[in-house]
Design a protein around this ligand. Structure first.
Ligand code: RB5
Length: 148
């Protein structure tokens, strides 16, 4: 499994912790930035990670901003992306089982490191349940094909 990760300045410190956890779990990743705590704009990094996942080079992505909300809005603009903001491990589990989320969005100003680590661990280790959820996810893809 290869993971694409990215953050703005508000998610930078949590991203640096996330890299340590991924290394501990022997999961390879590519860090799309930002590479310091200097002020940045979350869409610049969100779109890089979302496109990398949508193009198929990475199985999943993890994006971090202050709340996770901005990153999820950006990522969900990219066709094929299902980004979920998760604030606890139960949401992380269901975002995989029910929604087949392929990007996890986290709030660097919301979550403590221990809780964030458990959310990431659960999210990475939970498979899509398929079954009745498959048609629902297909319906999301169909919306992407619709003209306005
Ligand atoms: C940056 O101040 C903050 O707005 C950003 O990290 C994010 O929380 C936006 O959704």
């Amino acid at each position: 499994m290869k993971i694409a990760i990215g953050a703005d300045h508000a998610g930078y410190l949590l991203k640096e912790e996330l890299k340590k956890w991924l290394e501990e779990w022997n999961i390879s990743y590519h860090d799309f930035g930002t590479y310091s705590a200097e002020r940045t704009d979350y869409p610049d990094y969100g779109v890089l990670v979302a496109r990398a996942v949508a193009r198929g080079g990475f199985e999943k992505g993890i994006l971090i901003c202050g709340t996770g909300i901005g990153m999820s809005i950006v990522a969900n603009k990219v066709k094929g992306i299902r980004a979920a903001v998760c604030r606890d491990p139960y949401e992380a589990k269901l975002s995989r089982e029910h929604n087949d989320a392929n990007i996890l969005a986290l709030g660097g100003r919301i979550l403590g490191y221990d809780l964030a680590k458990e959310i990431v661990r659960v999210w990475l280790n939970t498979d899509f349940a398929g079954g009745r959820h498959k048609l629902r996810v297909q319906k999301i893809s169909m919306i992407e094909e619709e003209e306005l």
